[in-house]
Design a protein around this ligand. Structure first.
Ligand code: IMP
Length: 198
């Protein structure tokens, strides 16, 4: 039976994300491109939830191209900080993608709070050209280390210790992290839920 969609647009301007999703979904859809490669503008992330932001990015890409589009939104939620930095995870590192400063702010705001639990979340939204959307959410539970450890990964990885381990994400290899990470879990769910629809 012919596949209903020949092209998927990943709603990102990040070449790494395009590569990652192309690797995961390439066997399901013939052409995978990105909003960045097509020269589309970066939509403003005005939502207050992960799903709102992922939906507005996916919808903007689907509307601009008439293609099926996929967007993600992710962040670190610290329970004693009422879920902060959450959807503002990237903003806390501005200006200059300064995660040392963002991590210092987290440690300051947490102080001696006994509850150091946190989770990373990743929401993926697929938007069809007719505006219909479907979403999945992947999470990884863990806790915030008192000091930065490790040199791998990116962002908040040096302070996130996934449950069941003593190392931070930055002390793990990329393959090991992806096996248990919020993004890894979300993409597994996406494949399960959408393989039949693509
Ligand atoms: P997004 O690209 O709008 O989803 O923003 C995600 C932000 O959340 C990034 O800038 C990082 O600050 C943070 N983040 C998301 N996933 C991870 C991760 O796996 N490790 C470390 N930081 C992450």
């Amino acid at each position: 039976m012919p596949k209903p969609f020949s092209r998927l647009v990943i709603a990102t301007h990040n070449a790494g994300k395009l590569r990652e999703f192309a690797g995961l979904l390439g066997h399901l859809i013939p052409e995978i491109t990105s909003a960045g490669s097509l020269g589309l503008p970066v939509p403003e992330e005005t939502g207050t939830t992960f799903i709102e932001n992922a939906t507005l990015k996916a919808r903007a890409a689907a509307e601009a191209t008439g293609s099926l589009a996929l967007a993600d939104d992710s962040g670190l939620c610290i329970h004693t900080l009422n879920g902060d930095p959450g959807v503002y995870s990237a903003d806390w590192a501005e200006p200059g993608k300064n995660f040392q400063a963002a991590i210092a702010r987290i440690q300051k705001e947490m102080g001696d709070a006994p509850d150091r639990s946190a989770h990373f979340t990743c929401v993926l939204v697929l938007c069809w050209p007719d505006g219909r959307t479907e979403s999945v959410e992947g999470r990884v539970e863990g806790s915030i280390a008192r000091e930065m450890r490790g040199t791998g990964g990116h962002g908040y990885d040096p302070i996130f210790i996934p449950d069941g381990d003593t190392r931070t994400f930055a002390e793990m290899g990329e393959t090991e992290k992806n096996r248990i990470s919020h993004r890894g879990n979300a993409t597994k769910l996406l494949l399960e839920k959408f393989a039949a629809l693509l």
